[in-house]
Write a protein that binds this ligand. Structure first.
Ligand code: NDP
Length: 479
C-alpha cells in the first residue's frame, strides 16, 4: 500500500517517485510505503497554499468553523479505522488509540471550531481623545510539524488552530507514523476543504521538513518534537523572522509525599510512567518519593510494574505495546545499559521482550524501574522517551523541589499530597509549563500548553493558539 501526499486538494505521489518503507513496530514487517518528498513537493504545496490563502482568510469564521466541525465528526465516524491505523503505525495498544488518541484528535478540531467563534478583538479608549482597536489577521501560509508518539492528536493540535485562524497549512507528520495523517487527508476531501487550504507532505525531517522551515513564504512554524531538532529549527527560522512555537522534550518529575491518597497515586503513577510505552512527552520519568514511604513505594511499585502485560497491540488486555521503531528500541536499550554503568540498580525490567506468533519480530521492552542514581547523571538528565523510570527518595519539600528542577527541561510534572497548602507551594516552585496535583494528563484545551526552559517556547492552547497564527494589528483613531 502507498501513502500519498495531499497537495492542492488531491492525493498524489511524490514528484521524484521516491518512497520509504513504513514498518509495523509490533511485527517488524514493512506494511506500506510513504513518499520521500523533497523541496519540489513542498514548493508545490506552498504555491497551492498561497493561492488558496486570500479566499480562505476571507471566509467568515462561521464558515471555517463549519468545515472544522465536519472534519471532527468524520474523525469520530471513522474512529475504528483511524485507531487501527494509529496502533499499527505506532505500536500502541489499539484500545488506547480508540480511547485517547483519536477522540482527542476529533476534540481538537471541535474545540477550535468553537473557539474561533468566541474569539473577540480588543478596543481601548484614551480618555475620550483616541480609540485603539486591535484586530488579528491570519498570518498566511504556515507549517505544522509533529512527532510520532501521539500522531493524529499532536498533528491536529497544530493544524486545527491554524486553519481556524484563517491560515493555509503545509504540514508534515512524522515519517515514522504517517498513516493516520494520510487517512485524515481523505477525510478532508470528503469534508469539502477547498484545494490548497490544507496540504500534507510526507517525508523525512531533514528533507521535506527542512524545505518547509527554510521556505521564505512560510510565515510561522508550529513544531512539536525533540529539543535538538527544535534548536535547529529556531536557528533557521530566526534570521527569516518566522513566528515560532516549539513544544519540545521533557524529563518530568513525579513527586510523591507520604500523605497522598496512596491507591490513587499508585494507579496513576503506573499510567504516568508507562502509558504509550512511556512515549508521551508528559510522562513522569523521574519519580521522587518521600523517604518515610520510599521502601513501601519501591516494593509495591516494582511488583505492579512487573505485572503490567506487554504484548500484541491488538490484544485488549495488554497495557503496553511495541516501541515505535527499531532505532528507538535500540536507543532505549542503550539508555538502560548506560543507567547500569552509572551505578543504577534495575528493580524490574531492563530487557527486550521476545513474543511469539505474529509479533515475534516486534520491538518490545519490559517496563523498567531503576534506583540508586542521583539527579546529575545522564540517565536523569537526558530524555529517554521510553518505558524507563528512575526512583529516588527525598527528605524535605525543598529537596524534592530542587530535584524536580535539576534538569534543563521544564515541560510537566505531577505532585501527590493531601496537604492543600503544600500542593500550591510546591506547584508554584516546580519549573514546568504544567503541574498536575493528584492527577495526570488532564488537559483543558482553553489553557496555554507548553514547556519552560529547554522544553519549548510560545505556549499554545485556547485563544493563545489562535493568536499565534495571526498578526495583531492596532489601529489608533483620533476622536
Ligand atoms: P524529532 O524532533 O526527531 O522529530 C519531530 C518532527 O520533526 C518529525 O516530523 C521529524 O521528521 C521532523 N524533523 C526532524 N528534523 C527536521 C528538520 N531538520 N526540519 C524540519 N523538521 C524536522 O522528534 P521525534 O519525532 O523523535 O519525537 C519525540 C520527541 O518529541 C521527544 O523529544 C518528545 O519529548 C517530543 N514531544 C514533545 C511534546 C510536547 O508537547 N512538548 C509532545 C510530544 C513529543 P522525521 O520523523 O521524518 O525525522
Amino acid at each position: 500500500m502507498q501513502i500519498l501526499n495531499y497537495i492542492n486538494g488531491a492525493l498524489q505521489a511524490p514528484l521524484n517517485n521516491n518512497w520509504l518503507d513504513n514498518p509495523e513496530p509490533a511485527t517488524g514487517k514493512v506494511y506500506s510505503q510513504i513518499p520521500d518528498s523533497d523541496s519540489d513537493d513542498v514548493q508545490m504545496a506552498v504555491t497551492a497554499a498561497k493561492e488558496a490563502f486570500p479566499a480562505w482568510a476571507a471566509l467568515s469564521r462561521a464558515e471555517r468553523s463549519d468545515l472544522l466541525r465536519k472534519l471532527s465528526d468524520l474523525i469520530l465516524k471513522n474512529l475504528d479505522t483511524l485507531a487501527a491505523a494509529e496502533s499499527r503505525d505506532n505500536g500502541k495498544p489499539l484500545w488506547l488509540a480508540k480511547r485517547v488518541d483519536i477522540p482527542r484528535a476529533a476534540e481538537n478540531f471541535r474545540f477550535f471550531s468553537n473557539a474561533v467563534l468566541q474569539w473577540h478583538d480588543e478596543a481601548h479608549h484614551m480618555d475620550g481623545h483616541f480609540i485603539n482597536y486591535t484586530t488579528h489577521q491570519p498570518i498566511g501560509v504556515v507549517t505544522c510539524i509533529s512527532p510520532w508518539n501521539l500522531p493524529l492528536y499532536l498533528f491536529s493540535w497544530k493544524v486545527a488552530p491554524a486553519l481556524a485562524a484563517g491560515c493555509c497549512v503545509v504540514a508534515k507528520p512524522s515519517e515514522v507514523t504517517p498513516m493516520s495523517a494520510f487517512l485524515l487527508s481523505q477525510l478532508c476531501i470528503e469534508a469539502g476543504f477547498p484545494p490548497g487550504v490544507f496540504n500534507i507532505v510526507h517525508g523525512t525531517g531533514p528533507k521535506a521538513g527542512d524545505a518547509m522551515i527554510n521556505h521564505r513564504d512560510i510565515k510561522a512554524i508550529s513544531f512539536t518534537g525533540g529539543t535538538k531538532t527544535g534548536a535547529y529549527i529556531a536557528s533557521k527560522a530566526a534570521p527569516l523572522f518566522k513566528k515560532l512555537s516549539l513544544e519540545l522534550g521533557g524529563k518530568n518529575a513525579n513527586i510523591i509525599f507520604a500523605d497522598c491518597d496512596w491507591d490513587k497515586m499508585m494507579k496513576t503513577t503506573l499510567r504516568s510512567s508507562f502509558e504509550n510505552q512511556g512515549q508521551i512527552c508528559l510522562c513522569g520519568s523521574r519519580i521522587l518519593v518521600h523517604r518515610s514511604v520510599y521502601e513501601k513505594f519501591k516494593t509495591e511499585f516494582a511488583e505492579k510494574v512487573k505485572a503490567l502485560k506487554v504484548g500484541d497491540p491488538h490484544d485488549d488486555t495488554v497495557r503496553m505495546g511495541a516501541i515505535v521503531s527499531k532505532q528507538h528500541f535500540e536507543k532505549i536499550l542503550s539508555c538502560i545499559e548506560l543507567a547500569k554503568q552509572e551505578g543504577g540498580t534495575v528493580l524490574t525490567g531492563g530487557n527486550a521482550i521476545k513474543l511469539e506468533g505474529r509479533c515475534e519480530e516486534g520491538w518490545f521492552i519490559a517496563p523498567t524501574v531503576i534506583e540508586g542514581l542521583d539527579q546529575n547523571c545522564r540517565t536523569n538528565q537526558e530524555e529517554i522517551f521510553g518505558p524507563v523510570v528512575t526512583i529516588q527518595p527525598f527528605d524535605t519539600e525543598e529537596e524534592a523541589i530542587n530535584y524536580a528542577n535539576a534538569t534543563e527541561y521544564g515541560l510537566a510534572g505531577s505532585l501527590w499530597t493531601q496537604d492543600i497548602s503544600r500542593a500550591h507551594r510546591v506547584a508554584n516552585k516546580v519549573e514546568s509549563g504544567i503541574l498536575w496535583v493528584n492527577c495526570w494528563l488532564i488537559r483543558d484545551l482553553r489553557t496555554p500548553f507548553g514547556g519552560m526552559k529547554q522544553s519549548g517556547v510560545g505556549r499554545e492552547g485556547g485563544m493563545h493558539a489562535l493568536e499565534f497564527f495571526t498578526e495583531a494589528k492596532n489601529v489608533c483613531v483620533s476622536l
